[in-house]
Write a protein that binds this ligand. Structure first.
Ligand code: FMN
Length: 217
């Protein structure tokens, strides 16, 4: 293991301090660290231990620029048009809130500058109708982001490029049967904190024995 760990974190500290980090510097990430992150990612479970994942490390600026254009198209369709309503909190369907909106908007405009992207792909999924297909890679994606956090590297799971799935596959030579499941821009944070992600209280989303059956602590 490379000796560049800046934080000695226990598992719970990491779990409680890994929000999406979207303000990233251009500072390079050493390849040894990239290997460490991926070696942690692939320890995750997959159905039948199928390990159908492949990971594409993207540093090529032209390819990043091209995919960034597609990403921004997705951003505009999903969020850009709703900017005013989200910022003044009149969009009742919004779950991001103004602060996260601004950080996501920043990422949409600067994603090409993140020094490393990792794209996670899953084989034999392009015609899948199984609603649980992603469960065989998203554990690995989360492992990767937690391992990055231990090195002081910020990340965000993104999918807004996916309106151009076929274009991305063609650009990167991804086989027909595979699906891109996430694009993770990685970088040392420029701004923001390793703050605890804000979530609805756990008691409000947890049932015991039957749906709807709450149990106070
Ligand atoms: C399936 C999925 C897709 C996501 N796609 C994007 C994306 O395209 N762009 C982005 O900025 N964040 C994306 N996110 C990150 C979420 O916005 C983020 O996890 C959520 O707002 C919680 O952020 P927090 O952990 O910082 O509180 C995605 C997350 C998931 C799980």
């Amino acid at each position: 293991m490379v000796d560049q760990t800046i934080a000695s974190l226990n598992v719970f500290e990491a779990l409680h301090s890994t929000p999406a980090r979207r303000y990233l510097s251009k500072k390079e990430i050493p390849n040894e660290i990239i290997w460490e992150l991926l070696d942690a990612a692939i320890r995750a479970p997959s159905g039948g231990n199928s390990q159908g994942w492949n990971w594409i490390i993207l540093k090529d600026q032209e390819k990043k620029n091209q995919i960034s254009e597609w990403y921004r198209e997705g951003w505009h369709l999903a969020y850009g048009k709703r900017r005013q309503a989200i910022m003044d909190r009149s969009d009742s369907s919004d779950t991001l809130g103004p602060r996260n909106y601004l950080s996501a908007e920043y990422l949409a405009n600067h994603i090409q500058d993140a020094p490393i992207w990792i794209i996670g792909t899953l084989r034999n999924t392009s015609d899948s109708r199984n609603p649980r297909t992603g469960s065989s890679i998203y554990g690995a994606v989360q492992n990767l982001m937690l391992a990055a956090r231990a090195y002081g590297i910020g990340s965000t799971l993104t999918t807004l490029y996916a309106g151009h799935e076929e274009d991305v596959k063609n650009l990167l030579g991804i086989p027909d049967d595979a699906t891109t499941m996430a694009l993770i821009p990685l970088g040392y944070p420029d701004k923001g904190k390793w703050s605890q992600p804000k979530r609805q209280a756990v008691e409000e989303v947890t049932y015991w024995d039957s749906w709807g059956n709450v149990n106070e602590r």
